[in-house]
Write a protein that binds this ligand. Structure first.
Ligand code: URA
Length: 210
């Protein structure tokens, strides 16, 4: 994957995303749609995985069959909203290893502060896919990627549902080596840091909190 930003403009993804954006959409339906979209995004983000072959026996003959090469992928959920994307992705890639990065924003310094970090071993030998539905300012995403690199990750992709131009620019500046895959690039961030037109607070909408 060479482009820094990939927008997955598949009709199913776009249709489901429009339903998620609607403010009347219930928590249960929102969660279900997120699960469905994450399957489609997982398909896209793994499109260029390196392949090898292994010799198998079909009922008819022996063949060299294509299989994914290398170690199991690492899926890293950026808490808490990342868990909504993670669930669907694990359905498609059940053998993936899973990690979590928890960050909150210090109200005074406005800088991300880590409160949880647990990731699979040998990150440097795996494709690492960091997931967070909303790439808004990009500050916490860039900090999460910093931490993954400190832990040894070298081959990282960032998967989100919606991105703001500000977040894409921030990530490109901080981590030009990390491709971003998203379902849509929205217009801008408002003064409170929400993506516009967006879908509101992804965590609140998927967990039914306020
Ligand atoms: N996080 C969200 O959940 N929504 C936004 O619009 C921005 C950041």
């Amino acid at each position: 994957m060479t482009d820094h930003l990939t927008i997955v403009d598949h009709p199913l993804v776009q249709h489901k995303l429009s339903l998620m954006r609607e403010k009347q959409t219930s928590t249960a339906v929102f969660r279900q749609l997120l699960r469905e979209i994450s399957l489609l995004l997982a398909y896209e983000v793994t499109r260029e995985l390196p392949m090898t072959t292994k010799s198998i026996d079909t009922p008819l003959c022996e063949m060299d069959a294509p299989v994914i090469a290398g170690r199991k992928l690492a899926l890293i959920s950026i808490l808490r909203a990342g868990n909504g994307l993670l669930d669907g992705m694990l359905e498609l890639i059940p053998s993936a290893r899973v990690g979590f990065v928890g960050l909150y924003r210090d109200e005074e310094t406005l800088q991300p502060v880590e409160y949880y970090f647990k990731v699979p071993d040998q990150l440097g030998k795996r494709l690492v896919i960091a997931v967070d539905p909303m790439l808004a300012t990009g500050n916490s995403s860039a900090a999460a990627i910093d931490r993954l690199k400190q832990a040894g990750a070298t081959n990282i992709r960032f998967l989100c549902l919606l991105a703001a131009p500000e977040g894409v620019a921030r990530m490109k500046e901080a981590h030009p080596d990390v491709p971003i895959i998203t379902a849509a690039l929205d217009d801008h961030l408002n003064e409170k840091g929400y993506i516009v037109p967006g879908l509101g607070d992804a965590g609140d909408r998927m967990f039914g909190t306020k």
